[in-house]
Design a protein. Structure first.
Length: 171
């Protein structure tokens, strides 16, 4: 996130940036601290409580929403609603098309989550929560890919795939 947040600054988004499956809200708090309009969603009321506290401690104004992102047959994301979406350490494959539709044209997506090599370093172990090699970049192959990485990162050591991309203006 720290390496790519400036894309939002450069684009100067009019609308909100969604911190999807925000957990403790660190990414949303960071972006709100940079002056962006942020909405942070998570299913966990405990995580949202911690995120609200973090936002208050940092003077960050964020809209929080408790949302079950994994309800079968339900797309919780409104179409063309967000100038940017950030997703970290979360994977629910049926949500990928919803994420694509939720971004406005030329919107920015920053996505990082674990790959199938992660069990060597710790949790998660469930393959449902681990990207296969090349899977993330395949999903966004027809978008403007600004950054892609797949491999091992340190501090802490983990196996991840990252993508930073822009939704085409024709979609």
């Amino acid at each position: 996130m720290l390496d790519h947040w400036a894309l939002f600054e450069k684009e100067q988004p009019d609308g909100p940036i969604l911190d999807l499956a925000c957990g403790d809200g660190h990414n949303g708090v960071f972006l709100a601290g940079k002056g962006f309009s942020v909405t942070s969603w998570d299913v966990s009321s405990d995580a949202l409580s911690r995120a609200r506290k973090s936002a208050a401690d940092h003077g960050a104004e964020i809209t929080f929403r408790q949302v079950d992102l994994e309800r079968e047959g339900d797309n919780p994301l409104p179409k063309d609603a967000f100038e940017g979406i950030v997703v970290f350490r979360y994977l629910h494959r049926p949500l990928i098309d919803c994420i694509k539709k939720a971004l406005k044209k030329r919107g920015i997506l920053i996505y990082e989550t674990f790959t199938v090599d992660q069990p060597k370093f710790g949790k998660p172990h469930n393959p449902d929560f681990l990207l296969k090699q090349g899977e993330l970049s395949e999903w966004f192959a027809d978008w403007d890919i600004l950054h892609h990485f797949e491999g091992i990162m340190s501090a802490p050591e983990r196996a991840v795939a990252q993508i930073v991309c822009r939704k085409p203006s024709s979609r």
